[in-house]
Design a protein around this ligand. Structure first.
Ligand code: GLU
Length: 306
């Protein structure tokens, strides 16, 4: 398929969305950008178009990376004891779902409370802070040594992060988050402020699509079990409150972030990275999801259909 034509076809969708404004540094991003990088893991072929090499804030897509890293460090059952795999029916930063449902742990790893809890599980090792380990692991699994923390976005996250602080302190009060709460929050704010490209996310997707093995050097980066678990969680809770809608429409495990990034893993076929910063009401990239839907249809990627 011609990716430039696909971008043209989806371009007008940008006008239906808006860049995230609740984090001021993200509000400055030019909405008129759309890029894609496809990594065909079966044939070891790559294709890209549009803003595929533009760096943007990873935001919630980082939750995929920290989940994988926590599973690698602690084992899947330890992680499963901390977070569920259920949809919430509430926005990603809701503080209420544990109150309402009387759950003892966050309902899934991709809502902010679950993600902060996952980040809190990563402890200092060999003199490396939790964030330094996440950064190192991100560079490895995204095959992108140029991933760095964007100081302006990090400062902006710190200034506007009171909802996340309240979630973390709620978890602490409930004795669910038992490590240092300030450090856990700092790790979370920093992981959201890492700068990636469509190519970095396509590489991450390719490792997941390829059962945990990096297709660029055949090194196993994560266990098959971690790859399968994470793809399932992406499919069911990766797109905020619209996860069910897009599972039906696109049928490819995907995680979005409010920076406008999307990572998709089409099992045994493709890793896909997409970027377009204008978001819909739920926080997903509008043009990005339109492009992903088009690609999924053209390449027959829907896991339920083919
Ligand atoms: N840093 C953002 C927050 O915690 C990430 C949100 C997102 O991408 O879903 O609110």
């Amino acid at each position: 398929m011609n990716l430039n034509d696909a971008i043209q076809e989806c371009w007008s969708k940008i006008d239906e969305g808006q860049v995230a404004t609740y984090i001021p540094a993200l509000a400055k991003v030019d909405p008129y950008q759309l890029g894609v990088y496809l990594f065909d893991v079966t044939n070891d072929k790559k294709a890209e178009a549009g803003a595929s090499q533009v760096r943007f804030a990873i935001e919630s897509v980082s939750k995929v990376i920290t989940l994988l890293y926590a599973i690698e460090r602690l084992g899947l059952s330890a992680v499963e004891e901390q977070v569920g795999t259920r949809q919430t029916g509430f926005p990603f930063d809701t503080i209420l779902n544990m109150e309402i449902t009387k759950e003892t742990h966050p309902l899934n790893a991709f809502i902010n409370s679950g993600a902060i809890l996952i980040s809190s599980l990563i402890e200092e090792q060999d003199g490396l802070s939790p964030f330094d380990q996440i950064l190192e692991f991100s560079r490895k699994i995204c095959n992108d040594p140029a991933i760095t923390l964007n100081e302006e976005i990090y400062q902006s996250e710190l200034r506007t992060g009171d909802m996340n602080r309240s979630l973390a302190y709620y978890l602490k009060a409930k004795e669910v988050l038992t490590n240092d709460v300030t450090l856990s929050l700092d790790t979370y704010f920093k992981q959201c402020s890492m700068m990636v490209t469509c190519q970095s996310l396509a590489n991450l997707g390719a490792v997941l699509a390829n059962d945990g093995i990096a297709p660029w050097n055949n090194e196993r980066i994560i266990s098959s079990e971690a790859a399968t678990y994470t793809k399932s969680v992406m499919m069911t809770t990766g797109l905020y409150n619209e996860s069910g809608t897009y599972s039906v429409r696109i049928g490819v495990p995907t995680k979005s972030g409010v920076g406008g990034g999307l990572v998709s893993a089409s099992p045994n076929h493709y890793g896909i990275g997409i970027f377009s910063p204008a978001l819909d009401h739920a926080g997903n990239s509008v043009a990005g999801l339109a492009l992903l839907e088009l690609i999924s249809k053209k390449l027959k990627l829907d896991v339920f259909r083919y």
